[in-house]
Design a protein around this ligand. Sequence first.
Ligand code: UFG
Length: 355
Amino acid sequence: MQQNKNNNTPKTQNSIRTVLVTGGAGYIGSHTVLELLNANYNVIVVDNLSNSSKESINRVEQITDKKITFYNENVANQNALDNIFASHPQIDNVIHFAGYKAVGESVAKPFMYYQNNIGTTLSLIASMKKHNVKNIVFSSSATVYGLPTACPLTEDMSTSALNPYGNTKKIIEEIFIDEATADSTFNVALLRYFNPVGAHHSGLIGEDPRGIPNNLMPFVTKVAVGKLERLNVFGNDYDTPDGTAIRDYIHVVDLALGHLSALEKLYSGNCGVVTYNIGTGKGSSVMDVINAFIKATGVDVPYIFAPRRAGDAPVCYASVQKAKKELNYTAARTLQQMCLDHYIWQKNNPNGYEE
Ligand code: UFG
């Protein structure tokens, strides 16, 4: 029988661990790749650049002065994945970011979301099984909690989906849970991200949404650099202290570091399925974000109040106790730091990675 090459592999001090990162050119992916390189992991990225840029990889190499093995491939292409695993038999862990992520687009094009997000995951699992790789960190989302009925959200709360995007995250979590139930050597860390914002302090990598941003922070920074006229604050009549909706914003570098903590957990022994919220545990309103942004950058953000956005929860923030206890993980960066770093990235790169 082939030995599981994951957590049972004896670890010598000089052993270099090799991680395959799908979607490693994207916003969270590129920041995670950077932290993996800083921690001396060997990193192989597979990304078809459908919603990202190869320039992010070049910049991570520039910042770290290290090489990334990059494959421009669709993760749904199982032959391509098989070749990658075969060419790098030292891969012993996977971090799976690749996937579509726009809520509104998923409502308009559900099939595209199910086909892409679930299709890529199934190919990846098939290839992992073939090559006996049994550790994976999956990029899940707080969206799996549906409309929160009580906050802070704890990992044992029930899951539901509000839109096709959220449903793909929920279904993929279930696929991994079923796999790990059927195969006791399969280990998966489901990381439920709250609201990632900010950028690496170098200002060289950051979030590069195509078109007009859907999310708050990239919209705020585009207003601040004069690319957009003003922010619409969606709803000021929520039952919150200032009437605007509350979220748990987390610095993308802290989020990236959460993946390293999850990897350590997977490498430490057969853990089966582990699920963690990755947030700060602190709720901030839209007005808190605007005020923190102005304070951190000294730049004004013109805004108007607009009607609520359909499907938005009034309040959503994490309980972070489980990650703290089991991973010794805490997200330390402040809201002002998140605003400043996101702004510096946007200011230095007004057109994102495009020249
Ligand atoms: N908002 C504005 N104006 C904008 C954009 C957003 O007021 O132009 C408000 C929203 O109404 C919300 C808050 O800012 O109250 C945060 O909105 P985002 O779009 O930045 O983030 P969401 O919490 O809506 O969505 C995020 C992720 C989704 C994920 C969801 C639930 O982007 O992928 O959290 O976990 F599904």
